[in-house]
Design a protein around this ligand. Structure first.
Ligand code: SAH
Length: 504
């Protein structure tokens, strides 16, 4: 039976009003919200609706009637196709003000929170080339701009680049990318051209065939480079051929790994990565600390801004030197180690064992002895017994993933009642929700947004929560707090960052 195609309306001459929190701009037609990508507030456009959801529409700008004076010329030739830098057509000042507004909107709308402690967003020194890690995808179905994507049948469709937003099987074959510093572009192009020349097959996600799968490049603030090549088939001669080429063409590479991933999914954490050349890690430095970053280690992707972020957390904490501090969701313990010298004891908790191995190693190479690290899901690890064994925290720094903190964790925090909680978040929506749940016990003293990801809508936000007076001895029962009032109502679906660019 033939499927009937839905016919969606065309809205004419609509003014774009706002830049939305998911990187799409916002228009309003007949009292309905319409999300439109790659336009900026002030543009007047015809919008073709492409999707209808319960409470909003999604559309595409098909004709421009007026260009906003907020527009700037995007730097990148791949803008509007590649999902990496959706805000490149907006001035950096405007990007910053919309990020600031995102924090305000979420805190006021979701959390109904007091934002008198809000400071202006800290801009990034580098607006391009700020990422230290990118994961590129080989595909035999690159996106062709010329023919709006019909497979031409003639042209070689192999390419290496980043995904188109929302299209897991199509990639933009990148000629140039402004996200990662040299030699990232050079490496990607050289490896792609070598594989094209050799006629090696590029991976097809849908049918799970092809040899070349991913190329991960990590750079560091110390100038070191790590390359990880992911093959989809265990073809020994060809693998050696590709790796030999990289070694010869980029002899100063500090670390070259490869892995054969024959699974349907792209996850490589569960596979054996083999070191082909150089060290099994690259070195990062921050202040006077050193960090070893392995192929699977987490490290904040904008190293320079990460330092600013941690400084904000440190300033907010205003340590006296005798505190027991918990660093929740500590990853490889970067924050734990960063603050260790200022406190009595710093305790990191994280559920990925290899990250905790890195955290220990990072304490060790920096001669830090007052850190302790624990592997486990924080929702299950943080309990009375843990407080008993390790001491109740005076200060908690928490930096959860986009989904925010589990309610059990929030409940434990309001039970332990540290004097200060510093909440670092890459998602102000879930952060506002979580803070609202603690509002009976903590007041917001300071809020500092930080821009870690220029040209995108993503914003990092640090909040200082200070325990309300008298709470320490109030014999509080957790049932008293707002947690009992339908916490699920605060749960919001949160968008994961597009592409294979991971923020955390
Ligand atoms: N603070 C770190 C980054 C943290 S990213 C830094 O600045 O480097 C968030 C971390 O939380 C990730 O390492 C992730 O593995 C961890 N995580 C997510 N959910 C968790 C949970 N339920 N229990 C423990 N760790 C968790």
């Amino acid at each position: 039976m033939a499927r009937t195609r839905k016919i969606f309306p065309l809205f004419e001459q609509v003014e774009i009003l706002d830049a939305g929190s998911e990187g799409k701009a916002i228009a309003r037609v007949d009292n309905q919200v319409v999300f439109v990508p790659f336009v900026v507030p002030g543009d007047v456009v015809d919008i073709k609706v492409v999707r209808k959801k319960k409470s909003f529409l999604e559309g595409k700008a098909v004709k421009f009637h007026r260009y906003s004076d907020r527009r700037v010329e995007p730097k990148c030739e791949h803008f509007a196709l590649c999902g990496g830098c959706k805000w490149q057509n907006m001035s950096y000042e405007d990007q910053l003000s919309y990020k600031q507004k995102q924090v305000v909107d979420n805190f006021e709308r979701i959390g109904k929170l007091d934002i008198t402690g809000l400071r202006s967003i800290l801009p990034s020194d580098e607006q391009y080339f700020y990422r230290n890690k990118l994961e590129f995808t080989f595909s035999d179905r690159k996106w062709l701009v010329s023919n709006e994507n019909m497979d031409s049948g003639e042209e070689n469709m192999n390419g290496l680049g980043l995904h188109l937003p929302g299209m897991f099987d199509r990639i933009v074959d990148l000629n140039n990318c402004y996200l990662q510093p040299d030699p990232s572009n050079e490496i990607r192009l050289a490896v792609r051209d070598f594989c094209l020349e050799k006629n090696y097959t590029f991976y097809n996600t849908k049918i799970h065939e092809g040899f070349m799968r991913n190329l991960i490049i990590r750079t560091s603030s110390t100038g070191e480079v790590m390359i990880i090549v992911v093959f989809a088939e265990d073809l020994k001669d060809q693998i050696a051929d590709v790796l030999t080429f990289i070694t010869k063409r980029f002899p100063t590479t500090n670390s070259l790994f490869f892995v054969v991933n024959t699974k349907w999914n792209d996850v490589i954490n569960d596979l054996e990565l083999k070191l082909y050349k150089g060290n099994p890690y690259i070195n990062e430095s921050m202040d006077d600390l050193k960090f070893k970053v392995g192929p699977l280690s987490f490290y904040q992707t904008n190293s320079r801004q990460a330092e600013k972020l941690y400084q904000v957390a440190q300033d907010f904490a205003d340590f006296k030197g005798d505190e027991v501090v918990y660093d929740l969701y500590c990853g490889t313990g970067t924050i734990t180690n960063y603050i260790a010298a200022s406190v009595k004891k710093a305790i990191g908790i994280e559920y990925i064992p290899s990250a905790i191995d890195d955290a220990h190693e990072n304490s060790h190479i920096n001669g830090i002895e007052n850190t302790r690290f624990f592997v486990g899901d924080i929702a299950h690890t943080l309990d009375e017994a843990f407080f008993e064994a390790n001491g109740k925290p005076d200060v908690v720094i928490t930096d959860p993933p986009r989904a925010g903190m589990h309610q059990k964790v929030i409940r434990q925090l309001v039970t332990a009642l540290p004097e200060k909680i510093i909440y670092v978040s890459c998602n102000p929506a879930t952060q506002a929700r979580d803070i609202a749940l603690m509002a009976d016990h903590y007041k917001i003293e300071k809020i500092q947004p930080v821009d870690m990801f220029p040209q995108t809508h993503h914003v990092e936000n640090v909040v200082l929560l200070v325990r309300k007076d008298g709470r320490e001895d109030c014999g509080l029962k957790t049932e008293d707090c707002r947690l009992k009032t339908d916490p699920d109502s605060y749960r919001e679906k949160t968008e994961e960052p597009n592409l294979n660019i991971s923020l955390k």
